[in-house]
Design a protein around this ligand. Structure first.
Ligand code: IVH
Length: 667
């Protein structure tokens, strides 16, 4: 390779890195992306491709590191340059006023400026930069020694890997998970039979301590930096200016940080936060009050455990008492009976709570919940209502035990609970609740994403006998839809179009839509990536399945038994006949001309002979030089030769260049 090409490659790599980091910053720090996910993925793929081809240009600060590197054996210990202290907590205004008095007394001044920041509910990390490069990231650990989680932290796209600041710098911040990500993650874990996380903090901590950074990358963690542990040669004199400087360097700094004169200003602001906290997309468990002047901070110093210049004002735990008015049972798509507590409505964490899912009968027993009980309720991750415990003192003898019914409350058939399982299930596979939930799952967004088809329409279609399962959706006719309640011509047409559109969903959506037990979205993606077609997945053995990382025994068993079931195979065949795509797009493309043989004759305008041959072969077809009875197509260009005559004689199909292009090109 000439120097010239190498220089060009290097320049392209550098340009890609710059572009990607710019987009990371726009997306993860500013929340204003300017390109689509696909465009972003393309840039990243190109960068990874070039770095693999020219490993001499690999770099530890390349954004390609953010997809997660090799699995680690364990985490090394790291001694923090400066100990990572914790904060003293206070729970009321009087204690804040005391804090202010101590500060003023120690400083011998009445004029103290404070900075008020949200206290992010996550876990503290330290980020060390040397020569403008992110070299080491660690958890807090016991405050003096933490764990080296550099590779995992690199997957957090808002953490800059390179800085426009060359001196040594240690930045501190809080890694967190948004409420949305937390809810999605738990939903998926439940589906895959994994234990759920109690709150976003535990989920973030679990995500950061994965030995496989690729798993960390998938947890979509984020960070806010809130200070500096160590810095050389800085002339910044206040905490607030330090934060603004960090922001300029590219770090994500919380936007709700304010500078306030005296404790009075702080107390006024705190009142606003009582409601505001619930509108944030992440959880905060309080506010931090910090002395703004760095000189004052130095004078005040630390106790063994915490700084004297800062204090955490913790919000009261958002839990309320209410009454369990009833316990209702719902039957899910896999037949599981889920008890839900119907609560006397109560306001918690900014909204009215009326129900709390109780999951299974064991939980009701463990928590000893009876109908009529007064209970403490909170919201896990500020979002999911949960009964914490029963207030036994408030019992008066009128409370009733809850017993799970012996029969399915929807279809009346028997229910069973298998040994070793916590769930009780309806045994009737055609129970109408199961049918309906399966259809709702099939049409949901991460599955076949049939837009505009809601629960009410599904109910109507089932009631009218127009569908019995999801495959029947593909046979629906305009006349059948237009007469349904709340359906006009326009919505009937829209619905038919949405159903048609769903036929070309990616393979992982289809796998997820089938509703195989324990197969959530992530597992479905893994399976689609590995097998690339439903037929290959259907033939997979237990061993082959468990050899795929992230597919465990339970999932593998469930897949094998799903495809063993005749009615499931039948369902799949009906989807296939309806025209639902059963292969991944690349597989479908590479097998478009599978088994077809071509002969080229004459001159083509858009391709050279070799190009045309390569295209046909890349789509799974063959090109021969002689026309025979086994030839499927003769492509005739300009001034074709004797091959055309022979094709006519043998009755072989002849196509011109346009027809050929239509056959192989998307556009
Ligand atoms: S300042 C000397 N600011 O709360 C400690 N901490 O108990 C300086 N935290 O370990 C910490 N948000 O994990 C600070 N805006 C914020 C914070 C914050 C969350 C966490 C941090 C720290 C714990 C203190």
């Amino acid at each position: 390779m000439t120097m010239d090409t190498k220089e060009k490659v290097k320049a392209e790599i550098e340009d890609l890195r710059k572009q990607i980091e710019e987009h990371n910053y726009r997306y993860y720090v500013l929340n204003t992306p300017t390109i689509t996910d696909e465009q972003y993925d393309k840039l990243m793929q190109r960068l990874i491709e070039l770095e693999n081809k020219y490993p001499e240009f690999k770099s530890p600060t390349s954004p390609s590191q953010r997809v997660g590197g090799a699995v680690q054996e364990g985490f090394k210990e790291v001694k923090h340059i400066v100990p990572m202290l914790s904060l003293d907590n206070v729970f009321d205004e009087t204690s804040l006023i005391d804090f202010d008095r101590r500060v003023k007394q120690a400083l011998g001044t009445l004029d103290v400026e404070y900075v008020l920041e949200p206290k992010i509910d996550g876990l503290a990390v330290s980020l060390v930069y040397e020569n403008g490069m992110f070299v080491r990231g660690a958890t807090r650990g016991d405050g003096s020694v933490g764990e080296d989680v550099t590779q995992n932290l690199k997957t957090i796209r808002s953490i800059p890997l390179a800085l426009d600041y060359k001196n040594m710098l240690e930045v501190r911040g809080e890694v967190y998970m948004t409420k949305d990500t937390f809810v999605k993650l738990n939903k998926e874990r439940k589906e895959e039979g994994e234990p759920v996380f109690a709150n976003p903090r535990n989920a973030a901590a679990g995500g950061l301590r994965q030995l496989d950074p690729k798993i960390t990358a998938k947890r979509s963690l984020n960070i806010f930096v809130y200070g500096v542990g160590h810095i050389e040669n800085s002339d910044i004199s206040t905490h607030f200016d330090m934060l603004m400087w960090l922001k300029e360097l590219g770090f994500p700094v919380n936007t709700d940080i304010t500078k306030l004169k005296g404790i009075k200003g702080v107390l006024e602001r705190i009142a606003d936060w009582q409601h505001k906290r619930f509108d944030l997309p992440y959880m905060i468990d309080g506010l931090v009050v910090k002395v703004n002047s760095l000189e004052y901070q130095r004078i005040l110093g630390n106790t063994a455990k915490s700084p004297r210049w800062a204090i955490a004002y913790k919000f009261p735990a958002e839990k309320k008492q209410t009454v369990v008015q009833d316990i209702e049972i719902t039957v899910g798509r896999t037949g599981v009976l889920t008890p839900t507590a119907i609560l006397k409505p109560v306001e918690i964490a900014g909204s009215i709570v009326k129900r709390a899912v109780l999951h299974n009968e064991d939980i009701i027993k463990q928590k000893d919940i009876k109908i009529g009980d007064t209970v403490w309720v909170h919201k896990a991750g500020d979002v999911i209502p949960e009964i914490i415990e029963v207030v036994k003192d408030k019992r008066n003898g009128t409370e009733r035990d809850f017993v799970l019914p012996k029969k399915c409350p929807v279809c009346g058939e028997a229910v069973i609970r298998l040994k070793g399982e916590v769930a009780t299930r309806c045994v009737n596979i055609s129970c109408s609740a199961r049918t309906k939930e399966s259809i709702l799952h099939f049409i949901s967004r991460p599955a076949m994403n049939i837009k505009g088809l809601g629960e009410r329409t599904v109910d109507n279609l089932l009631k009218k006998g127009l569908i019995k399962d999801a495959a029947d959706l593909y046979a629906l006719k305009f006349e059948q839809l237009v007469n349904l309640e709340r359906m006009g011509e326009k919505s009937a047409n829209n619905l038919l179009k949405a159903i048609e559109d769903s036929k070309t969903r990616p393979l992982h959506n289809l796998i997820f839509a089938l509703g195989i037990r324990h197969i959530g979205q992530t597992a479905a993606k893994k399976l689609a990536e590995h097998f690339k077609s439903i037929d290959k997945l259907a033939k997979a053995t237990q061993e082959e399945l468990t050899s795929i990382p992230e597919i465990g025994d339970k999932m593998a068993e469930s897949i094998v038994s799903w495809f063993d079931d005749k009615s499931n195979r039948n369902f799949l065949e009906r989807l296939r006949r309806a025209g639902v795509a059963m292969e991944s797009k690349e597989e479908a493309k590479s097998s478009l001309l599978k088994g077809k043989s071509f002969v080229l004759t004459g001159k083509l305008e858009s391709f050279s002979r070799t190009q045309a041959q390569e295209l046909i072969e890349s789509l799974g077809g063959k090109v021969s030089s002689q026309v025979s009875k086994r030839t499927d197509y003769v492509v005739a260009g300009k001034d074709p030769g004797s091959k055309l005559e022979r094709a006519k004689k043998l009755g072989v199909k002849i196509i011109d260049e346009d027809e050929f292009k239509n056959m192989i090109l998307m556009r």
